[in-house]
Write a protein that binds this ligand. Structure first.
Ligand SMILES: Cc1cc2nc3c(=O)[nH]c(=O)nc-3n(C[C@H](O)[C@H](O)[C@H](O)COP(=O)(O)OP(=O)(O)OC[C@H]3O[C@@H](n4cnc5c(N)ncnc54)[C@H](O)[C@@H]3O)c2cc1C
Length: 388
């Protein structure tokens, strides 16, 4: 749903200009320095980009899902690390509070996340809870007016710079799977919370990811999201069903940018006396990429509209994330091909960086295999329902 098309058009134009004028020139520096420049972060704060998905009542823009994915198509047409700097606040880092927080919890944290004063993150994954996300071993034991958290999270985006952690922990001793899990907000500075050194990664230099350790970490009971124990996994699924659409859009922007770069290169580069873009085998790579980008964009918009209508989008979100992330990988590969040797050499093009950066999309927020299983499971369920 688009509430005010003229206003959205202005925002999209602003994002497009910002990405082109402020982000494209610093992409290589971000990877080299392994950091998004503080001046760029300040600009993001001033522009209100950290608050896109946070309700207006709490200082954000309160974008609908369709508006959010439309903006994400634009924002992600640059180095992945740049959009990842705001991405946890406009997604997994704030959404548990938005979906299930009490009014008091929302008032306490969301306005400062919307302004970018606080950076959020979601700490779900653990060494033994990856694809099997419910196999959580971090515990939260009630002691008076607090919960004591013990355990370890791994692979947490923005953990090294986060101020606020949404943490999923087991509150019911001996429980298994998704029951007995609860969601908490833990603030940096809480004794017993420690983040590890940022990992060395294949790509996305400038987007810090690390472990998070809880060692006898006392968290006020008031930080239990929604004030209810045992519903943490339901909260996470609400977060992910929205975030998978958002992420699908964030996979589409890089594909658009890579194809743009490949267009420029193949039009400029001559072999056999003509631009290589004239060769029909190169044109097949262009056509397949353009078609797949259009398909991803269309399905994401359709699913976003369904979510805005209040429909259950679990199946659509899974299909969008699966298709868009795989599509982006295929486009990256074709674009390296279109650049020839220059596509492999970092000194000669940024396609090599994109190729590495976008590889993550097929792994996080559910690997492609987990989405295939989910899509099949939900399709079989629908089939069985229709047959009865
Ligand atoms: C850079 C980075 C950032 C991340 N950011 C976050 C974050 O902010 N917050 C967070 O909580 N997590 C985050 N993650 C974690 C991410 O979501 C997990 O890595 C992902 O869910 C996969 O889990 P795993 O790595 O344990 O792989 P595994 O579960 O060990 O999977 C290994 C392989 O087995 C396959 N596999 C597993 N189970 C099945 C099955 N049943 N059927 C078929 N195939 C299967 C998988 O598809 C994969 O190919 C991040 C990860 C990375 C690398």
């Amino acid at each position: 749903m688009i509430r005010d098309p003229a206003r959205l058009q202005l925002l999209v134009a602003d994002i497009r200009a910002f990405v082109r004028d402020r982000w494209h020139p610093v992409e290589d520096d971000v990877e080299r320095a392994d950091e998004v420049p503080p001046a760029v972060v300040d600009e993001l704060r001033r522009k209100g980009y950290f608050g896109w998905s946070i309700p207006e009542a709490y200082g954000g823009l309160g974008l609908t899902t369709e508006e959010l994915v439309t903006c994400a198509f634009e924002l992600s047409q640059a180095s992945v690390a740049l959009r990842a700097r705001v991405g946890t606040n406009t997604g997994i880092g704030s959404e548990a509070l938005v979906a299930d927080g009490t009014d008091e919890q929302k008032s306490r944290w969301l306005p400062r996340m919307a302004s970018g004063e606080l950076t959020g993150c979601l700490a779900l994954t653990e060494p033994n809870a990856g694809s099997e996300a419910t196999n959580i071993q971090t515990t939260a034991s009630r002691e008076g007016d607090a919960y004591v958290l013990d355990g370890k999270k791994c692979f947490i985006t923005n953990a090294p710079i986060a101020d606020v952690f949404t943490v999923i922990a087991r509150t019911e001793p001996g429980s298994k799977g998704s029951s007995g899990l609860s969601a908490f907000i833990v603030e940096r500075g809480t004794p017993g919370l420690r983040t590890g050194q940022p990992y060395r990664k294949m790509g996305q230099g400038g987007s810090p990811v690390s472990d998070v350790h809880f060692d006898n970490c006392r968290v006020p009971a008031a930080n239990l999201i929604g004030g209810r124990e045992g519903v943490g996994f339901q909260t996470v699924m609400k977060v992910l069903n929205k975030q998978r659409l958002h992420l699908a859009a964030l996979c589409t922007g890089p594909a658009i940018r890579m194809l743009d770069l490949a267009m420029a290169h193949t039009s400029r580069r001559t072999q056999f006396g003509q631009a290589v873009s004239n060769f029909q085998l190169v044109q097949a790579l262009i056509a397949d990429s353009r078609t797949e980008i259009f398909a991803a964009r269309s399905m994401i918009l359709e699913a976003a509209r369904a979510r805005d209508r209040g429909e259950d989008v679990a199946l659509m979100a899974s299909m969008c994330k699966y298709f868009a992330s795989e599509m982006c990988g295929r486009v990256a590969d074709r674009c390296v091909q279109m650049f020839g040797g220059c596509g492999y050499v970092a000194d000669f093009s940024s396609i090599e960086r994109y190729y590495r950066d976008v590889r993550l999309f097929r792994l996080y927020e559910g690997t492609s295999q987990i989405h295939q299983l989910n899509i099949a499971k939900l399709t079989l369920r629908d089939h069985a329902k229709a047959a009865t």
